[in-house]
Design a binder for this molecule. Sequence first.
Ligand SMILES: [Zn+2]
Length: 164
Amino acid sequence: MKKKYFTDAERRAANRAGVKRYQQTEKGKASQKRYKQSQKGRIMGRAAEKRYRQSVEYKAIKKQYAQSKKGRAVSKKAGRKFLLKQYDMTLDDYDRMFAEQKGRCAICKTHQSKFGTALAVDHNRKNKKVRGLLCINCNTDLQVLENKVFCKKANMYLEIHRAE
Ligand SMILES: [Zn+2]
């Protein structure tokens, strides 16, 4: 005898099966393609990609790649090109400096492995002389500190609010 009523679970299963059947038809495939190409489909795709990039799995793959021969070769090549162009520095100069600092940021002393990127070359903007290798955070903070106009204004602002 045919059952007249379905339980919720049965109804959900039937719906899922129906959706699956539809997705396999030409019409269903075309509709899925349209959705993926639509703005909403793209946003969903980006969100999924972002989730993936934050996953442990992706980070492990990234780390593995960075430590691999190819990863090292790529970053060395990119680093060489960048250093030579910007600071008139060779990769050997960079490596020597890196070894002298034991792979740590010259300011906060955090090791490079704690950051996603290589230590940045810090230089004196006036005479272009290289001062040291800094982590991304310290490099940014130092730039702020060196901006005298900003520091003066920021100090005035802090002074105003100190009494509060
Ligand atoms: Zn630092």
